[in-house]
Design a protein around this ligand. Structure first.
Ligand code: ZN
Length: 497
């Protein structure tokens, strides 16, 4: 049990990948049976997955890997084989590799949900576990002691907290950017659509209404003109509201001399492959899609045109994630956000995936305690709320609407009551650096310090992520939170039994 995920796999793990697996292991050793491992795009999810598989096999276990899309099955089998795992069967209709006796089963959840009996497994890995799967939920209910490991870049679906026991943040988009594994990006918001008249359905903009706004002649013209002026010939993905909108955008771009195409769910594999080949060769400059291409495709991209407004942080992260992988020639990403998504939801490296959500509400509004990014009135560059001078054009910036700047440079919401003791910027810095020290002392990720800081102050830290001395009051506060947490957990357990 103790070494269940230790494996002799082929490709060596990066330090944060080894740390992610170690954190997962500690959570399971602490008694959790369903653990989500949050890994952003580009973290090497498949490699980490294959290490988990190899580790379980080394202990004589059996693993089922559940994939939410058929297109991911062969990809996963190939990746596992590259890591020296060869005892693999596939569970998907009449797949050529069907082999029930194999120790590793790569299964389509659509096929599993129609099965009476689940494959024998000691560990079940659920890929893209933010996608709801009835098969997985039923399986969890049937085998309460079986270990489930969920993998996701965006574990933000409401209700996940009732399915899963724990969430481990393997790494973050910010950390991967700092380490150079993901592209740095710049966001421009050349237009902000007026979505005030669009209905909200299940927490997000209704597609029909949003499409009407985004297909407005003037707005389409703005998007095209902006790309002609600033596109720099970058290989670009465009996101549209629906298929008709994607087709319209591709047509308008092509007519204007920018070779473009669109893909939709019905585009078959061969045609999709052909388009992707043209794109890689540079014969196509922009590929438009709806959500079709937000998962499972790895194209060398250095531009994103976002013309699909959303209120879902998950969708926002998934779309931008398509452009963050570092490929030769695409080390930096430009995002032209014509949908207001960054101004509404924040930068994707500020989004927080460290907590599983209860409840049924699909989308949580960003808390008013955190100011959103603001846009430069001169060049449309989107920058963090505290920026005083636009890094692109140098224009002086005012604080964002609804916020004022205090003498020590803090941003405070106008009319917002501050509870309890007021801390100065310097005191907050000491707290943050102390929390970073405690995190490193205990082998936690730096995200823990960020999280604890926000628990204490209601906003994220604004000082640099460096370790500092730990005052006794910080240590005792951390301890008091742990005791409170343990008590709450004991009460919950007593309640449940
Ligand atoms: Zn500017």
């Amino acid at each position: 049990m103790k070494d269940m995920f230790e494996s002799p796999a082929k490709k060596e793990l990066r330090p944060y990948q080894a740390r992610a697996i170690a954190s997962l292991k500690s959570s399971i050793l602490a008694g959790n049976r369903r653990v989500v491992l949050a890994l952003p795009t580009g973290a090497g999810k498949t490699l980490i997955g294959s290490h988990i598989v190899a580790g379980a096999l080394a202990k004589g276990g059996k693993v089922t890997f559940c994939a939410p899309m058929i297109s991911l099955i062969d990809q996963t089998v190939d990746a596992f084989e590259a890591e020296g795992i060869d005892d693999i069967g596939v569970i998907q209709a009449s797949h050529a590799r069907t082999r029930a006796s194999a120790a590793v089963q790569v299964a389509s959840v659509q096929t599993l949900v129609r099965r009476e009996a689940m494959p024998a497994a000691s560990v079940v890995i659920v890929d893209e576990c933010h996608v709801f799967s009835q098969a997985v939920v039923d399986w969890m209910a049937a085998e309460p002691d079986l270990i489930f490991v969920g993998l996701s870049a965006t574990p933000g679906r409401s209700g996940m907290a009732t399915e899963w026991d724990d969430l481990v943040v393997g790494t973050t988009t910010r950390e991967l950017m700092d380490l150079g594994f993901l592209s740095q990006f710049t966001v421009y918001a050349p237009t902000e659509p007026d979505l005030s008249g669009v209905k909200i359905v299940a927490g997000d903009y209704q597609a029909k209404g949003a499409a009407e706004v985004m297909e407005d002649r003037g707005l389409v013209g703005d998007i095209l003109q902006n790309y002609v002026l600033h596109g720099e010939g970058r290989p670009t993905l465009g996101f549209a509201v629906n298929v008709a909108h994607a087709k319209r955008m591709a047509d308008e771009f092509t007519t204007a001399g920018i070779p473009s195409a669109y893909v939709e769910a019905r585009t078959d594999t061969l045609e999709r492959q052909a388009l992707q080949d043209q794109f890689r060769r540079g014969d196509l400059q922009v590929i438009w899609s709806v959500r079709t291409m937000t998962t499972g495709v790895d194209l060398p991209v250095s531009g994103i045109i976002d013309a699909a407004p959303t209120r879902s942080a998950m969708l926002h992260q998934q779309k931008i994630g398509r452009g963050l992988r570092v490929n030769p020639g695409t080390e930096d990403l430009k995002i032209w956000d014509h949908a207001g998504n960054t101004l509404r939801l924040g930068f994707v490296d500020d989004l927080d995936w460290s907590e599983l959500k209860r409840g049924t509400r699909e989308i949580k509004e960003r808390e008013a305690s955190e100011p959103l990014p603001k846009k430069c009135q001169d060049c449309a560059n989107v920058m963090p709320p505290k920026t005083k001078e636009c890094p692109i054009c140098g224009a002086a910036q005012k604080p964002p609407a609804g916020w004022v700047e205090t003498e020590d440079g803090e941003l405070v919401a106008i009319n917002r009551k501050v509870k309890g003791k007021e801390y100065t910027g310097e005191e907050k810095k000491v707290w943050y650096q102390a929390l970073v020290s405690i995190a490193r002392e205990r082998g936690y990720s730096d995200g823990w310090a960020f999280h604890k800081f926000r628990e204490k102050f209601g906003v994220g830290p604004s000082s640099a992520k460096v370790a500092g001395p730990v005052p006794a009051q910080v240590r005792s506060w951390v301890k008091s939170r742990q005791i409170a947490y343990a008590k709450a957990k004991a009460r919950g357990d007593a309640h449940a039994s």
